[in-house]
Design a protein around this ligand. Sequence first.
Ligand code: URA
Length: 273
Amino acid sequence: MIQNNINPLKEAIELLEFQNFMGADEVVSDTPNIHLWKDSHRISFEKKAAPVKEISNKQTNFSHQGFAAPAIKVDIKANTVEELKAEARAFDGCPLKFTAMNFVFSDGNPLSRIMLVGEAPGEEEDRQGLPFVGAAGQLLNKMLAGIGIKREDVYISNIIFWRPPGNRTPMEDEVSACLPFVEKHIELVNPKLLILLGNTSAKALLRTNTGITRLRGKWTEYKGIPCMPFFHPSYILRQPNTKRLAWADLIQIKKHLEKSEKWTASLHTSHSA
Ligand code: URA
């Protein structure tokens, strides 16, 4: 006789483990809510995602081979960082919006001469609605402090404004959807130094397929702005042997800032100055 060995508790735990593995690791509602199956969302997504078909082939002055994710043309009207934030928040073209808890745009001083661009919000960032407030953010704060820079004195954002489920690496379409906003963000902040944290950020903004291990520590330019690709703090946490290289890159950044005329004094001045 075949025994029915199904243990409902064990089965439920296995199902939960599977969901967690697939990235469904947050309870956001007491009832199931499959946003993408709702007609209203699907219709609005299809309508608003239409510009995805229009692709621009903007070139940067970076000499690496072209990165496969071109910027999508979205008609961005913002003339200020606050307007851009509102426009990005209302944008429905990135599907991650419908699975994330919060919109995560930026933190720090938008008048700073130093802008850092990371990858995407993680669990803690999604909870708080702020970039780099989890373990990676704490390491970032320490690294900045190591070269005499306070977190409040820099401006921090990400390539993606919504947390990818389970903290997976953002997909090319997701990066492409947010990229026009990120490019406009950099244009509006107009920093004097851009630090790109990790593969996703460096590849997308420098339009390259070259990985961060080869890009890091080498000065380049993003649309005329001095730019340093840097290991992502999460990667440094996972690979502590990268700390030595990260430190060498921080020293380069410090020297660059010391060389830049009156950089400390100008940290808070407005861009028109
Ligand atoms: N990693 C990122 O790239 N950005 C964050 O905001 C947090 C972790």
